[in-house]
Design a protein around this ligand. Sequence first.
Ligand code: BES
Ligand code: MN
Ligand code: MN
Length: 457
Amino acid sequence: MQTIKNYIHTHQQRFLNELFELLRFPSVSANPAHQPDIINTANFVAQQLVLAGADAVEVCQTAGNPIVYGHKIIDETLPTVLVYGHYDVQPPEPLELWHTPPFEPTIRDGKIYARGACDDKGQFYMHIKAFELMMQTNTLPCNIKFMIEGEEEVGSDNLGDFVIANKQKLKADVVLISDTSMISMENPSLETGLRGLAYMEVEVTGPNKDLHSGVYGGAVANPATILCQMIASLHNENNRVNIPGFYDNIIELNSAERKELNAAPFNLTDYKTDLGIDDVWGESGYTTIERTGIRPTLEVNGIWGGYTGVGAKTVLPSKANAKISMRLVPGQCWRNISDLFTAHFKAIAPPSVKVNVVAHHGGKPYVTPTHSIAYKAAQLAIEEAFGKKPVPTRGGGSIPIVALFEEELGIKTVLMGFGLDSDSLHSPNEKYDVFNFYKGIETIPLFYKHFTALSNQ
Ligand code: BES
Ligand code: MN
Ligand code: MN
């Protein structure tokens, strides 16, 4: 432990400078204009892996953004950890809401502000620095492989093919990911689940062109109004999703499991204050922790139509659109849910409009077994670094590729995230605490130590 702390202390400024370099690349995967930045970021990550001591470092081309691979095999008979992360980031918009520019990392109050600071550059970079630390202090106890992709924020379209085509190369005993949250640094936690996702886009079309709202309004269906009515009907009076079959097959938690989940520290008043809301909302009969962890949900991610420019224009729009996504829990299949949504949305449309529904990407939910050696190693590492046992939690977000790791590679994933839900992931002013960054670098080598020791027993 002292070796770890000393190494981090000696190199702390350089670690931060390097992370800042990484954060300056605007590697926005959703925007094709950033393609050159994506390539530059992948090359930078590859270079950092080489500098940290990795062998066989490659920037692997795919039909989309490249995947960075590198490894250190010290002994084929020892266990192997596969580290997964993503170097792409969400679009930073709306820019005017950032206090400092998203790609000029800035420290304020001990927090690094930048797009990707927490999701996921700041988090996967901890793994590269922990690896460097283990190499430099001769403490790497097992084999390590890195796979850092550039399409996580847009659905990891090409990672699946890469994994299937490279099963031998990616052979490992566990996947280790830092791309989730902890409750707080005082209440360290380990996420034991991720929700799945089904992402839909709908278009409601009324008349064959935009119309004068005085000449035609009241006599012709307004697609914006109809779309709002249809969307409003997707939740019932108990805020349950109103799509037939939506809750079928869900694997419910028993009361002991629910009790354990709700025992995690959570302060509803602070939660509301943080978000500037007077009350929470959600499915009747469930707590906020349950609503964001073990229950499926439906959200409108965007809605548009008609005139949204300056001033006023009296128009009855021809079309209205929305992007709608559903978070899924174990038992739900995203393809099936996408089909149920499509059928239902078409069925509730009045004859005065036409509806088109497109299913975008989806992903399966995932639950980490808590009896595995790898999970125990993560528990022990956190306990040693934080002086406190981690609480198991269920994360609300999704990392769809995790289920595929299990299906195609046959390996389980441990989600050892060091972010906070309040780090403004995907929002303006995303941040990551400098403290969490160093704490992660301190905890990761302990994971390797415990994982190797437990594997040898
Ligand atoms: N790192 C997040 C997922 C996450 C965040 C999990 C916090 C648990 C806690 C990841 O980068 C992400 O944003 N995933 C997307 C899914 C993807 C298909 C766009 C998400 O959850 O919306
Ligand atoms: Mn992420
Ligand atoms: Mn994300």
